[in-house]
Write a protein that binds this ligand. Structure first.
Ligand code: PEP
Ligand code: MN
Length: 337
């Protein structure tokens, strides 16, 4: 940690800071500039009390961390891109994977029709929520295990790999039996015990960005997965909450180059939750592909107007097939396959 002292403080006030740094288990190293003095406190924060308390001392201007708070997810820990293998497909490292399907699994007919159509159009993963995190308890909560069984059936019939959401620690084992990737939703992205439970199943984990999550918090949430001995983490940007009302969320595409710079883990984009409007999904998908995202998570439904959840943002089967064609030059331009 770096402790920046205020200018023109007394010798006594400076000594008190040094004494406190030592008391907390760090070695202080003084750097005297022309205007002010900076103290580098050397030591490992995990084994010592944090120095952040010094930030409230009158003679201290600021306390700053020297290193990133995340370690295993960082580019410093691993220079090359991680490749996550799920359901026989490689995510990251130059590939582009499209995961598509309904917001919720509603029934056999709906799921099978969607699965066949997205497979034909070139998707490699079928998405679909069996356990749904709904804002209101009076809205459709998902088919639960019956939904998982339908997803397994769709995998068997089409060969598509399955991504589905894990909502609670108690269901980690159950959902992992059916899923090739466990999705952690925006509302649960800082539920650390859930992240640990998901990681411990050994399945790859797709971590959505929370509604009001800073990128540092997102990376740190990802750190929970890697530090639970599961290297298979995929970040997923799905829009954050802002003052804007024309879209359901504000899709933060700047997360793509930032995550690429800060982390070796793959990042995919969910333009469906991102926009909340089907008419914007194609443009956002092309932008994400061109910016170097490793894939997309897109909601597709045979009859979006009749969907039990997120009807306004789901593409029709035809709309999805059209998008897959239109995406090709963007994927190629980003040097991906
Ligand atoms: C979803 O993918 O349908 C979903 C609920 O996503 P999020 O957690 O991003 O809102
Ligand atoms: Mn949805």
């Amino acid at each position: 940690m770096i402790v920046i002292l205020k200018p023109r403080i007394t010798k006594k006030a400076e000594t008190a800071v040094l004494r406190e740094i030592k008391k907390l288990g760090y070695r202080p190293h003084l750097i005297r500039g022309v205007e002010r003095t900076v103290v580098a406190a050397i030591g490992d924060e995990r084994t010592h009390q944090t120095l952040e308390v010094l930030g409230s001392w009158p003679q201290v201007e600021r306390v700053l961390p020297v290193q990133n708070r995340y370690k295993l997810v960082s580019r410093e820990a691993q220079k090359n891109d991680s490749v996550v293998t799920a359901g026989g497909h490689r995510i990251g490292g130059g590939t582009f994977q499209v995961m598509a399907g309904p917001c919720s699994v509603e029934g056999e007919g709906q799921l099978m029709r969607t699965a066949e159509a997205v497979k034909k159009a070139g998707a490699t993963f079928l998405r679909g929520g069996a356990f749904k995190p709904r804002t209101s308890p009076y809205e459709f909560q998902g088919l639960g295990q019956k939904g998982l069984k339908l997803l397994a059936k769709a995998r068997q019939e089409t060969g598509l790999a399955i991504i589905t959401e894990l909502l609670s620690e108690q269901q980690a084992g159950l959902v992992a039996e059916y899923a090739d990737i466990l999705q952690i939703g925006a509302r649960n992205s800082q539920n650390y015990q859930l992240l640990i439970a998901a990681a411990k199943t050994g399945r790859p984990v797709l971590l959505k960005r929370g509604l009001s999550m800073r990128i540092e918090e997102w990376l740190l949430a990802g750190e929970y997965v890697l530090s639970s001995n599961n290297p298979n983490l995929i970040f997923c940007e799905r829009g954050i909450r802002t003052f804007e009302t024309y879209t359901r969320n504000t899709l933060d595409l700047s997360a793509v180059p930032i995550i690429k710079r800060e982390s070796h883990c793959p990042i995919i984009i969910d333009p469906s939750q991102g926009a909340g409007r089907a008419d914007l999904v194609a443009a956002l998908s092309k932008g994400a592909a061109a910016m170097g995202a490793d894939g997309l998570l897109i909601e597709v439904h045979p009859h979006p107007a009749e969907a039990w959840s997120d009807g306004a943002q789901q593409l029709t089967l035809e709309g999805f097939a059209r998008l897959m064609e239109e995406l090709k030059p963007f994927i190629a331009a980003a040097g991906r396959k």
